[in-house]
Design a protein around this ligand. Sequence first.
Ligand SMILES: Cc1ncc(COP(=O)(O)O)c(C=O)c1O
Length: 399
Amino acid sequence: MAMNFDQNIFLNNLAQTTENPYLIAIEKAEGVYLYGPDGKRYIDMISGIGVSSIGHRHPKVVEAIRQQLDKHLHVMVYGEFIQHTPNALAQKLVSLLPSTLNCCYFVNSGTEANEGALKLAKRYTGRTEIVSFRKSYHGSTHGSLSVSGNEIKQRAFRPLLPDVRFIEFNNPEDLKHITHRTACVIAETIQGDAGVRIPDKAYMKALRKRCDETGALLILDEIQCGMGRTGTFFAFEQFDIVPDILTIGKAFGGGLPIGAFISDKRIMQCLTYDPPLGHITTFGGNPVCCASALATLNVIEEENLLATVEEKGKLIESLLTHPAIKEIRRTGLMFAIDFESAELVNKIVEEAKKRGVICYWFLSHPYSFRIAPPLTIAQDQIKESCEVILQAIDSSVKS
Ligand SMILES: Cc1ncc(COP(=O)(O)O)c(C=O)c1O
């Protein structure tokens, strides 16, 4: 079959999420590289937005998927049949987590993981109020949108979930709004789409303490910042706290769609009775996605990828020196790079694209672009892409 990169079909027969999509055609992807049908090569400095953390088509991931394809695809809805691959994935994931995060519920995406987590917290506590943070992003379905602190995105879709209260991230004063009415607090450990906002350790400990005092469950959303992006498997490890419920997605699947919410079995079992089938999914824990996720966790460990994240992050930070850069916020290999205007950011992202490096915007922070390269990126690839980004900044500032 002839390849179909027809732009008209893309623009008219596929739904659009913006009026100005990125619009590059991709024929294949390998490691940190994307390739167009015309042979043009791009360095992927955003990993499909935090997904391809071990690079595109890692051979061990591809092999694990192949092996699963030869055994079985979907055989039953989530939670009924005992299947080797979801079992093995749950065992591996739990082995990487603190002992109170011992029960995994696999779903199909990040937003679905948060939906499940919110329902679980309401069901477990018998309370209704949810506390979230201004500028947070937790997904696009109704529940996740309801707890995403973005008035512009919410306005068009009201009514949303009732009883959601927004407080300021990293502001200890606001913790008093978490009370005995609160079912849960949902927070990104590192706020991603707000432009990489890194909270203080003392604040995160105070947040944990306040949840303990009031009986509110703490949900940490590590859909973007988990899976080694910040240099530890999970970002919460750096704050000396453990959430009651952890949500993951994106890089977890190594390029296939899978998410999870994870808690203590004691909490999770609420979803099995009164009512039974309190949360269900047809495709959650799909065996092919689980095979890909398991291989991805193994690769992160076997290739000792976490050990190099900080050093690579520092290298990028040191190379990206330019008078037009106002601020760089970074944790591990997760960057926000601020400029004086959204217009300049747009020009730079477009220029970098023309020159073969993919950078990207944030949802809620127009004055920055993001960088989140595969953790597997090599030093020479870092140097090459940073040089291109600096050229893109230079030419955008002058134009
Ligand atoms: C922190 C966070 N939570 C949730 C989501 C939603 O994940 P998904 O797009 O897989 O539904 C995202 C996606 O960007 C995210 O960054």
